[in-house]
Each structure stands twice: as structure tokens, then as C-alpha cells.
Ligand binder design. Structure first.
Ligand SMILES: Cc1cc2nc3c(=O)[nH]c(=O)nc-3n(C[C@H](O)[C@H](O)[C@H](O)COP(=O)(O)OP(=O)(O)OC[C@H]3O[C@@H](n4cnc5c(N)ncnc54)[C@H](O)[C@@H]3O)c2cc1C
Length: 408
């Protein structure tokens, strides 16, 4: 019998926990260590921050889900690893410490925003790194949406997170203005010369147009020097006053992870792993998702994307299940399917994968692409809950939309 301990129940960890129940041997034990009680799909955290997320239908309770899918949810946060004795140290919600023995440890704790040590960012910005932070953000956003005079929001970073957040807030504000809400001025601030700097230029152009159509004030080539409780100061001394400020630029694995267990880490605090997802230092420890630096055959590294986290989980579930039956581990190869970014509830822009023949040539946009964006989430839900449950959830959502008053 082997005990497999998975740390982090996000895009990678929850899929892995679900799938491993089917691929490992009957006698193997699977434990998911996760501090939260419910799983939220991270690419939808901006919807929580904008008050448009449906918590009833789109979350998964780890405890009941684990009981159904053959793993145990241990509610705690990883704090350390003792590799010599194969023990994982954790902190429970009541603050007590505990240790969990493992035969195989899989680390999938994700990433956090990178504020690049900008003065005041930690104290005066909201971050969308977890569901609880997103809920905290909604608390502040809801206050300014109720205000009787105009209010402003600063969002630093025009990657997928910043773009999706800006568009969602713009939509909510527009809807509320019909009911006498005061306008919300949204500044989306980006250091590069285009939004979505890592996507094809055509995609950036289309997304920019759509953001501007929704009255988002996009400031390109703009670097923030300092954040205060009143607003932001750019490196060229422009002042951007705001009532609520978000930091959504860049990702890195959390600082506390770097150095744990004497594993090898890169500059973004990511754990360095081999192509088969074992860490370069210890082959009983694996890492995947945003917290892992996974090499590809062409010398590049797997990007920090939900799609990559999901695929690595599917791969490892199969590969680890095989290894427990005496087969060798196999290498993970990430084939990028491109990118879809939601710009509000009814519009999305998508592009083909880097390296594909269509890269940069064709960028799709519109309502149908928005449906495709939803499908990516539904595929994750299908892996986690099964096709039957996803179909029921989709019907329930449609019905809810029909009976809901015409609000946000
Ligand atoms: C607002 C937003 C929009 C995004 N939009 C897109 C998009 O459009 N397309 C895209 O591809 N990607 C998008 N992303 C990125 C995507 O969400 C991540 O790449 C993906 O979630 C990474 O999966 P993961 O499993 O590595 O980490 P996560 O999904 O972040 O999961 C990590 C899990 O680890 C848990 N955890 C953290 N610390 C500990 C600890 N100490 N002990 C135990 N557990 C711990 C967390 O609670 C969490 O459940 C977006 C991200 C955000 C925030």
C-alpha cells in the first residue's frame, strides 16, 4: 500500500485527486491537503470580486467530493517537508500543527501575484490569489458600486486576470447605472505597450478595442512606482487616484515555498521538476501546475495556465497509476491549444496556439467564443464531477437565469 499526499486542490490538484482514485491500486490511500473547504476555479475569481459568481452552482465541497471519488480531504496548509522521514508539516485552520506521513508527495499549491516589491502594493492593493481574497475584494467593490458619486478603480496588469476583471467590473457598473448607480472609472495599467503582452498582437488589438468600447481607460507603457491609500504614482510622476486598487500583474510561486525540503527552485520560487514531473532532487516528490517549473523538449517551460495545470494532472494520474503497477513514469508534453480571454459576460477573444500554423493569423471573437470560454470551465467540471452532474448544473443555471430578475 502507498500513501499519496496531494497538496493543493486547485485546477491541477483537484483533477489529480479525482482521477487518481480511478488509476491507483485499491489498497493505495489518497489524501488531499487543502486549507479551503470549497474549490473555486481560479480563472473565475474575478467574477467573485465583481459580485457575479454563482457560488451555489459552481463550487465543489472537498469533503463530500472526496468521499465520492476515493480521496480524503485533510483541511490544512502545508508549511514544510521533511524529506528524510517523508513527513509533510501542516497547519490546521485552528492554528495547530500536524505532520502527515507520505510515500509520494505531489505539490500543486499554485501561484500568487508578483508585486515586484513595489512600495505600498501589499498594503493598499487587493489581490485575486484565492477565493477569500476575491470575496474581500467584492466587499470593497460593492461599497463603491453603491456610492452616490463617481468612483475609481485602478487595476495593475493587463494580462488575462486584469483584462477579465476590468471588463467584468465595467459590465456590472454599466448595469447598475440603469438603476441610478454612479459611474465607475476603471484604469487598467500595463507596463508593456499592449494589453495581453504574451498573446498574438491581433488578439491584443481586439481586446483593447473591446475594453475601450466598455469605457475602460487603458494606460499602456505605464509603470507604477508607488501605491498609497489614495492611488498610484507612476515612474513618470503621474498620479492615478482611486478608491479601490487591484494588483494583477505577473505570477510567482509563494515566497514561503522557496527552500522548503531542500528542493531546487527557480527565480519565481517554482519547484524545478523533470519532464516526468518528479522534482529534480527527490523522485518521491512531484510538482505540477503554476508552482512547478516543467521543462519541455524544445527547451521552453510549461506556461502558468489553467489548461496546462489540467493537462499535467490528467497526465500524472495515468503515469503515477502505471508506476504503482511497475511501469516507468512517462514525460509530460504540453500541447498548447491557444487562449481565450473573456471580455465581459457575452464577449470573448480567442487565438490559436503558439507554434501552430494559424498562430497570430486568425483571432476569433464574439458570443460564440464566450461560449467556448465557458466550455473550458465545464471541461474542468466534467473531469471533477462527471458529465451527468455538469449537464444538471448547466440546466439549473439556465433556469436560474430565466427566473432571476433582470439584474447583474
Ligand atoms: C482572475 C484570474 C483569471 C485567470 N484567467 C485565466 C485564463 O483565462 N486562462 C488560463 O489559462 N489561466 C487563467 N488564470 C490562471 C489559472 O487560474 C492558473 O494557471 C491555474 O489555476 C493554476 O492551477 P494550479 O492548480 O497550479 O493552482 P490553483 O488553481 O491556484 O490551485 C492552488 C490550490 O492550492 C491551495 N493552496 C495554496 N497554498 C497552500 C498550502 N500552503 N497548502 C495546501 N494548499 C494550498 C489553494 O487554496 C488552491 O486551492 C487566471 C487566474 C486568475 C487569478
Amino acid at each position: 500500500m502507498s500513501r499519496i499526499v496531494i497538496v493543493g486542490g486547485g485546477a491541477a490538484g483537484l483533477e489529480l485527486s479525482t482521477l487518481l482514485g480511478k488509476t491507483v491500486r485499491k489498497e493505495d490511500e489518497i489524501i488531499l491537503v487543502e486549507p479551503e473547504t470549497h474549490h473555486f476555479w481560479k480563472p473565475r475569481l474575478h467574477e467573485i470580486a465583481a459580485g457575479t459568481f454563482d457560488s451555489d452552482l459552481d463550487t465543489v465541497c472537498y469533503f463530500t467530493h472526496g468521499a465520492r471519488h476515493g480521496y480524503q480531504h485533510y483541511q490544512a496548509a502545508m508549511t514544510d517537508v521533511d524529506r528524510e522521514n517523508k513527513m509533510l508539516s501542516v497547519r490546521r485552520p485552528d492554528g495547530t500543527e500536524a505532520a502527515i506521513k507520505y510515500d509520494y508527495l505531489i505539490i500543486a499549491i499554485g501561484a500568487v501575484s508578483n508585486d515586484f516589491n513595489t512600495t505600498g502594493a501589499k498594503d493598499h492593493c487587493l489581490f485575486l490569489d484565492s477565493a477569500s481574497q476575491a470575496r474581500q475584494a467584492w466587499h470593497q467593490v460593492s461599497q463603491i458600486l453603491r456610492a452616490s458619486e463617481d468612483r475609481s478603480v485602478n487595476i495593475v496588469g493587463a494580462g488575462a486576470t486584469g483584462v477579465e476583471l476590468a471588463a467584468e467590473l465595467a459590465r456590472v457598473s454599466q448595469k447598475l447605472q440603469r438603476y441610478n448607480g454612479a459611474p465607475l472609472h476603471i484604469n487598467l495599467i500595463e507596463a508593456a505597450n499592449r494589453v495581453l503582452p504574451n498573446s498574438p498582437e491581433k488578439m491584443s488589438e481586439k481586446v483593447l478595442k473591446e475594453l475601450e468600447r466598455n469605457n475602460v481607460n487603458v494606460l499602456l507603457d505605464t509603470r507604477i512606482r508607488e501605491v498609497t491609500d489614495k492611488g498610484m504614482l507612476t515612474v513618470d510622476n503621474r498620479e492615478l487616484d482611486a478608491d479601490v486598487q487591484f494588483w494583477a500583474a505577473g505570477v510567482k510561486a509563494p515566497d514561503w515555498l522557496n527552500g522548503i525540503g531542500g528542493l531546487s527552485y527557480n527565480r519565481m520560487n517554482q519547484i524545478q521538476v523533470n519532464a516526468n514531473l518528479t522534482t529534480t532532487i527527490d523522485d518521491s516528490i512531484f510538482a505540477l501546475g503554476d508552482c512547478a517549473s516543467i521543462p519541455q523538449a524544445d527547451g521552453s517551460f510549461v506556461p502558468p495556465k489553467a489548461q496546462a495545470a489540467n493537462r499535467a494532472a490528467v497526465h500524472l494520474a495515468k503515469s503515477l497509476g502505471g508506476m504503482l503497477r511497475g511501469k516507468p513514469l512517462t514525460d509530460f508534453e504540453f500541447k498548447d491549444s491557444g487562449m481565450v480571454v473573456a471580455v465581459g459576460h457575452h464577449f470573448a477573444v480567442g487565438s490559436f496556439a503558439p507554434g501552430s500554423k494559424m498562430e497570430g493569423k486568425m483571432v476569433l471573437q464574439g458570443r460564440l467564443i464566450r461560449r467556448l470560454y465557458d466550455t473550458i470551465f465545464r471541461l474542468h467540471q466534467r473531469t471533477v464531477t462527471g458529465m451527468f452532474t455538469v449537464s444538471r448544473l448547466m440546466i439549473a443555471k439556465r433556469l436560474k437565469a430565466v427566473f432571476k430578475p433582470n439584474g447583474i
